[in-house]
Design a protein around this ligand. Structure first.
Ligand code: MG
Length: 296
């Protein structure tokens, strides 16, 4: 069995396989990675969406991430972004209470329809993708191996739909305080590799990764071509980068190794008592400095 067929046959949960073994080599045609900074809408100072967008421009950012399915805000968002150079990075959609992996088929069907609707909105907003978590704690009674089977049942149809409309699902691994299922990037990557459907991709979140990954560089390298979004926060208090010690250099090295072309978005709080107007631009400056220091 050669390396590639081995990867294709790898089962979804690969605890016995090390990150290094799963790592794919950089492609010869790979473009140099880019740091496209962005933020979730709520983190940016501003009394209106237009003010927030103006601030993002001022901070040298190129994207904004919205929560849920903002279907009823499409006109507002398009109006605020037109001509600004700020794009919609991702829709942070979530788990729909675990409905997509429910054994109640009516709930599962409704969940699948809901994520397809979010994919439609993502197309209208030209978003990179729709962030999906199969289940948080207490949202499923199933074991991980059973959840693997459910995803294998539902993802081909959802992935084909996403491809047809021109978008993608982004599986988000979360730390064990939030879910028992898919905690590391290699687990999401194994699912993406097995499905091999461009409509089902993944993301990485530095906060969760700091708690779950032993090697941030290799985690991103393992995600490879499936990685299409990144969240940024500190490890301890999940606040703005630069507000407490947290190095992004190892992770950024991984993004550089895979020629990452998508967004890196703030998903974090702001230290109690500090002023986001002052602290948010500092966070972006710190991230640019860390990116420069991440030499490969
Ligand atoms: Mg996140």
């Amino acid at each position: 069995m050669n390396r590639r067929s081995f990867l294709k046959s790898t089962v979804a949960v690969t605890s016995v396989i090390t990150l290094r073994e799963l790592a794919l080599p950089a492609r010869a045609d790979q473009k140099p990675a880019v740091l496209k900074l962005c933020s979730q809408e709520g983190r940016i100072p501003g009394g209106s969406l237009k003010e927030k967008v103006a601030n993002l421009q001022k901070y040298g950012c190129v994207g904004i991430e919205f929560g849920g399915n903002p279907a009823n805000r499409v006109a507002e968002i398009k109006a605020a972004l037109t001509g600004t150079g700020i794009k919609v990075s991702a829709l942070c959609w979530g788990s729909q209470k675990g409905d997509l992996v429910s054994l109640d088929m009516a709930k599962r069907k409704a969940g699948i329809e809901a994520i397809k609707s979010a994919l439609n909105t993502a197309v209208e907003l030209e978003s990179t993708g729709v962030i999906f978590v199969p289940c948080f704690h207490k949202q499923s009674e199933l074991k991980p191996a059973e959840l693997d089977k459910v995803l294998a049942e539902i993802f081909p149809d959802i992935g084909d739909y996403a491809k047809k409309v021109g978008n993608r699902v982004l599986i988000e691994p979360l730390n064990k305080k939030e879910t028992f299922y898919i905690n590391r990037l290699e687990q999401a990557a194994a699912i993406c590799n097995k499905l091999n459907n461009d409509g089902i991709c993944m993301m990485g979140d530095f906060y969760h990764m700091a708690l779950e990954e032993s090697d941030q560089t290799q985690a991103f390298v393992t995600a490879g071509k499936w990685l299409h979004h990144v969240h940024l926060a500190t490890r301890d208090h999940r606040i703005l980068p630069a507000q407490e010690p947290h190095s992004y250099i190892a992770g950024f090295k991984g993004l550089k190794q895979i020629g990452y072309q998508d967004f890196c978005s703030l998903e974090c709080g702001c230290k109690k008592g500090s002023d986001p107007v002052v602290e948010v631009p500092k966070a972006f400056d710190y991230l640019r400095q860390q990116w420069d220091e991440a030499t490969v």
